[in-house]
Design a protein around this ligand. Structure first.
Ligand SMILES: [Zn+2]
Length: 201
């Protein structure tokens, strides 16, 4: 998993920089947190330490079996709900089924998760009026069960809208419009049936 670890670590840092202007390593060191990259293995129904940076005994005791079948996730201060006292970590989770997916699929998903991270740690999205409108369009498009999850809130959506605009306008994405990027970051199965996202470019 060394290649996957390197690809994901690099992608997280690059996408955060491009989407928000923030430096991942600086953010982590200011927070005094490690970054753990954890794989979600739907076949074995368990979690995997992708980078091999977590103490194996700790991983087996407190993390491996906290499996839930998701595409991806971000959890700032994951040590707290996991009941871990001898490490402090922010965690990025990704389903093993997505490990080999192309950048145009994976990167919008990563930006969606990084928007959760920025929201969780209380960062201000500094959204323009246009970003706020696009964020509202994203929230309206969500399927009711996805919208009901409190993590899909206005600040999350504004971080995602800002990231989508910066990536597309800077030509840093394979997606050529904000709408195209937003619809990759919020896939059809997370939206109301038949809904597209009415973005103003
Ligand atoms: Zn989400």
């Amino acid at each position: 998993m060394k290649d996957t670890c390197e690809r994901l670590r690099k992608a997280l840092a690059e996408q955060l920089k491009l989407a928000s202007g923030r430096d991942l390593d600086a953010l982590l060191s200011a927070r005094g947190r490690e970054l753990w990259i954890i794989g979600i293995d739907p076949k074995k129904r368990e979690l995997v330490d992708v980078c091999g940076t977590i103490d194996p005994k700790l991983f087996d005791a407190k993390i491996r079996r906290t499996y839930a079948n998701n595409d991806a996730g971000f959890m700032a201060d994951a040590h707290l709900p996991l009941g871990i006292t001898d490490a402090k970590a922010d965690v990025f989770l990704l389903n093993l089924e997505h490990f080999e997916k192309p950048d145009d699929f994976l990167f919008p998903l990563i930006v969606h998760e990084l928007a959760h991270y920025l929201d969780q740690i209380g960062e201000d999205p500094a959204a323009s009026d246009a970003d706020k409108n696009n964020a509202a369009a994203m929230l309206i498009s969500l399927a009711p069960n996805v919208r009901d999850n409190p993590s899909h809130n206005h600040r999350w959506a504004q971080h995602l809208a800002v990231g989508a605009r910066r990536l597309v306008s800077g030509c840093h994405s394979g997606h050529k419009t904000i709408k195209e990027f937003a619809e990759a970051a919020i896939p059809p199965y997370d939206r109301r049936p038949g809904w597209d996202i009415s973005i103003k470019e």
